[in-house]
Design a protein around this ligand. Structure first.
Ligand SMILES: [Cu+2]
Length: 154
C-alpha cells in the first residue's frame, strides 16, 4: 500500500468512526428520548377531519347568564373532531381550566390555557386519548363545560 492510499484509508476509517459516533450520540440524546416521551399517535388523530369550536359567548362573565361556554357539553370522536378551539367572543378575559388541574394528554401534554384567553383570542388543544372531564373559567367559576372524548365509531 502506498503512503498516499494508506493516508486516504486512515481518513476514511476516521470518518466512519466519527460519523457513527455522531449517529449514536444523536440517537441516544435526541431521537430516543423523543420517541420514548411521545406515544405513537396516528395521522388521523393528529390531523382530524374537523375542529370542535367552543365559543365563550358575550356576557359570559355574568353569573346570571346560563350560557357561557357554547356548546357546554360536547361529544368528540378521535380522528374526527378531536382538535378543539375555544374562542373568546366576550369582552372579558377568560380561562379554560380543567376541574382536575393535573389533566394531561400523553401526547399533547398538560391541558388548560396558560393564563387568560383575551377577547378575540383563542385556545386550542388536540386530544389524542379517550377522556371525559369538566372544565371551568378560573375568574368566573360558574362558567363550566364538559368534554366527552371517545374512540371513533367508524
Ligand atoms: Cu371567565
Amino acid at each position: 500500500m502506498s503512503a498516499i492510499s494508506s493516508h486516504a484509508y486512515g481518513i476514511g476509517v476516521l470518518a466512519i468512526i466519527i460519523g457513527s459516533s455522531v449517529g449514536v450520540v444523536y440517537y441516544t440524546s435526541f431521537y430516543l428520548p423523543e420517541s420514548l416521551a411521545k406515544p405513537q399517535v396516528s395521522e388521523e388523530i393528529l390531523e382530524p377531519i374537523k375542529s370542535t369550536i367552543i365559543d365563550m359567548i358575550p356576557n359570559s362573565s355574568s353569573p346570571d347568564q346560563q350560557d357561557n361556554f357554547m356548546p357546554k357539553l360536547v361529544n368528540i370522536q378521535l380522528g374526527i373532531d378531536n382538535h378543539v378551539v375555544w374562542n373568546n367572543k366576550d369582552t372579558t378575559p377568560h380561562t379554560v381550566t380543567p376541574d382536575d388541574e393535573s389533566l394531561e394528554d400523553s401526547y399533547s401534554g398538560v391541558f388548560g390555557s396558560p393564563g387568560v384567553v383575551k377577547p378575540g383570542e383563542s385556545y386550542e388543544f388536540t386530544f389524542t386519548e379517550p377522556i371525559t372531564f369538566s372544565y371551568h373559567c378560573a375568574p368566573h367559576p360558574w362558567m363550566t363545560g364538559t368534554l366527552e372524548i371517545t374512540e371513533s365509531r367508524f
